[in-house]
Design a protein around this ligand. Structure first.
Ligand code: IFM
Length: 428
């Protein structure tokens, strides 16, 4: 089955990001933040994946996966402004070669929450020069690795990044400012659009082969806290539109939704070739007041009726596979192929993980039968890893990591992932 122009093979596997698995990413802003004691534990050597990448790729291959999503660490390529590190270029070249030797399709993220220290010290994503700085790096790595890559993800979860780093102040640079948050969203949209153009120009003029570019969109299924309340329902719908679709609308230039804030994107050329969806959970929304700041709704922390909530993961997020169905159905209006670029659960109970995978992949099976062009599924994550401010506590991996010995032990759910994805492919 040709999947809406992206090739015939359904891509499935696992996702990781550099800072969470590689270890010793000393030249980025997260490293500094950790050294300042802002978190309960620092990333340190993490999963030592920078050194153990061959074994880990071997593991991916032995688990039958045909694709792998990972990120390049900008601060390794450019540890000082305009100083490019050959060792980093050689390292990732070896990663791409190993993936290619094992016939594993790479899906490559260019920005996954971390920035080089020098970039942050210059003002980071609040400084207008950020767009050029980011795109200098994009240009270099696209030239270096374009021959290996068909699917790029420019920025991972832009709104999550903005929320934690510029609004809630929990991630570097620790800002708590609504205005700054809007400013950063603008720069991220701009950076994405420039990166999109750079990638397409290079593939069109030099590589002369097709390429697909997107960003990874974090999506939450928002339900009204009190289902009988019109206000809660309306607020949940509004929140969903803002959180789940604002960046997509900006990227495709159809921004009719927030005139005055982002109408500058209206009628700009489309800068999106597929939709990359990161989906984990459901949240309940309660109306606070029409003029409440920063928003008229808030996430309701109240306990809801157990039937309404179902299971939770180890961080207390509500698990709701049906939410994935609804969110993807809504995305159909964009008429773009869809990849689930992250979906996962942190839990000490691997049977719960197996159930989670089955339930979510089943939803994709039904959607595909309905003709929705879903062409990939990536479980988060290959390995247990550094879960940002939560440290190493939450275990997301289908492969268990012993952080003392760096031993890897595939969990039974890794087989469930393989079975579920194969079933999905076979029942076409
Ligand atoms: O670990 C993160 C990842 O970096 C981005 N998406 C959500 C994951 C789980 O919280």
């Amino acid at each position: 089955m040709e999947q809406a122009g992206v090739g015939s093979q359904f891509l499935w596997g696992t996702a990781t990001s550099a800072h969470q698995v590689e270890g010793n990413n000393r030249a980025n802003d997260w490293w500094d933040w950790e050294q300042q004691g802002k978190l309960k534990e620092p990333s340190g050597v993490a999963c030592d994946h920078y050194r153990l990448f061959r074994e880990d790729i071997g593991l991916i291959s032995s688990l039958g996966q045909n694709a792998h999503r990972f990120s390049l660490e900008w601060s390794r390529f450019e540890p000082e402004e305009n100083h490019w590190n050959d060792e980093a270029f050689r390292h990732y070249e070896e990663v791409f070669q190993e993936l290619s030797r094992r016939r594993i399709e790479p899906v490559v993220t260019l920005h996954h929450f971390t920035n080089p220290r020098w970039f942050s010290e210059k003002g980071g994503w609040l400084e207008p020069s950020c767009v050029d700085a980011f795109n200098r790096y994009v240009e270099r790595v696209v030239r270096a690795y374009g021959k290996y890559v068909r699917f790029w993800i420019t920025i991972n979860e832009p709104l999550i990044y903005v929320y934690y780093s510029f609004y809630a102040g929990l991630w570097p640079p620790g800002r708590r400012c609504y205005k700054d948050s809007l400013k950063v969203i603008r720069f991220l949209v701009k950076a994405h659009k420039h990166a999109y153009r750079i990638i397409h120009d290079y593939y069109e003029t030099v590589l002369k082969k097709p390429v697909w570019v997107s960003f990874a969109n974090y999506m939450v299924y928002f339900s009204p806290c009190r289902s009988h309340s019109l206000f809660d329902r309306w607020t949940a719908a509004w929140t969903s539109r803002f959180v789940n679709e604002i960046f997509i609308e900006a990227a495709i230039g159809s921004f009719l939704f927030y005139p005055g804030i982002f109408c500058e994107y209206l009628f700009q050329p489309r800068a999106l070739d597929y939709l990359a969806v990161n989906y984990y959970s459901q949240d309940f929304i309660r109306f606070r007041g029409l003029f409440a700041k920063p928003s008229m709704g808030e996430i309701c922390s109240k306990d809801h009726h157990p039937e309404k909530i179902g299971e939770r993961n180890a961080l207390g997020w509500n698990i709701y596979p049906e939410g994935l169905r609804d969110l993807i159905q809504r995305l159909r209006r964009f008429r773009l192929p869809i990849m689930v670029s992250e979906n996962g659960i942190c839990t000490p109970d691997d049977e719960q993980r197996a159930r989670f995978i089955r339930d979510h992949v089943d939803v994709l099976g039904c959607l595909r039968k309905d003709g929705v062009p879903i062409f990939g599924y990536f479980y988060w994550s290959l390995l247990d890893n550094f879960e940002w401010a939560h440290g190493f506590g939450p275990r997301f991996g289908i492969v268990e990591v012993d952080y003392r010995s760096q031993e890897r032990r595939p969990r039974p759910s890794s087989q469930v992932l393989a079975e579920s994805c194969r079933k999905l492919i076979c029942t076409e």
